[in-house]
Design a protein around this ligand. Structure first.
Ligand code: HEM
Ligand code: HEM
Length: 166
């Protein structure tokens, strides 16, 4: 029974899950390497659990709902490049890259817990993940707000446009 109410519920679940993941990541990052190691450990494992829950839920769900795992596809990318219509392929690509990279950060942290030589690789992966996360935030901000701002600015700059009068 995958009707619209289900889709709305799944969207809400996905937003709650996103808050769990991003919130725990932020806490793990700011408590790294300080006296707050217990909090770092707790938040880091919360990130690992979030990634595992998302992967298991996404793999179990076959129906096309927002909870299905994002699947980057070369064919979809090619079609989008030709037609410039539909969902931007970078959504699926970023979602997959984030799940893999953030999962690796948390997993390497769990391994580093009992294996000191893994602390440096864990730190390096954590720092590198910030580039993917930064790219993600810039991309979603642009897709959801930036395109509207650009249209508004263009309509003001374009002579002869109705909105340029105000
Ligand atoms: C200000 C910070 C952030 C904002 C505004 C933001 C916003 C978003 C939005 C709007 C989406 C849905 C994109 C879509 O339409 O498909 C999304 C998806 C996602 N975000 Fe973020 N995000 C932020 C931070 C983070 C952080 C810190 C992480 C990782 C630690 C993260 C990981 C993800 C993942 C993995 C997805 C894909 C979810 C899925 O479909 O499985 N985000 N984000
Ligand atoms: C995704 C979540 C995580 C992030 C963003 C993260 C980030 C970091 C960073 C940046 C450092 C380097 C700190 C420094 O030396 O300045 C670090 C160290 C460390 N992290 Fe994590 N980490 C995460 C998850 C975990 C988990 C799950 C564990 C397992 C318990 C863990 C265990 C460690 C250990 C043992 C160190 C070395 C501590 C030290 O230098 O004294 N981390 N982490």
């Amino acid at each position: 029974m995958a009707g619209p109410p289900d889709a709305r519920l799944h969207m809400t679940l996905l937003k709650a899950w996103h808050a769990w993941l991003a919130g725990a990541f932020l806490v793990a990052y700011v408590t790294a390497g300080e006296d707050a190691y217990r909090i770092h450990q707790f938040a880091g494992y919360a990130v690992l659990a979030a990634v595992v829950v998302r992967a298991v839920a996404g793999l179990l769900i076959a129906a096309p709902t927002p909870l299905r795992l994002p699947r980057p596809s070369w064919r979809a990318t090619r079609d989008w490049l030709v037609a410039r219509k539909g969902r931007h392929p970078l959504f699926a690509l970023f979602a997959t890259a984030l799940l893999v990279v953030v999962g690796l950060v948390a997993f390497s942290g769990a391994l580093a817990d009992g294996t000191p030589w893994l602390e440096d690789p864990h730190e390096a992966i954590a720092e590198a993940s910030l580039w993917v996360i930064g790219g993600h935030i810039v991309f979603v901000t642009y897709m959801y707000a930036g395109t509207k701002w650009l249209k508004r600015i263009a309509s003001r700059l374009m002579p002869g446009n109705k909105e340029s009068a105000s």
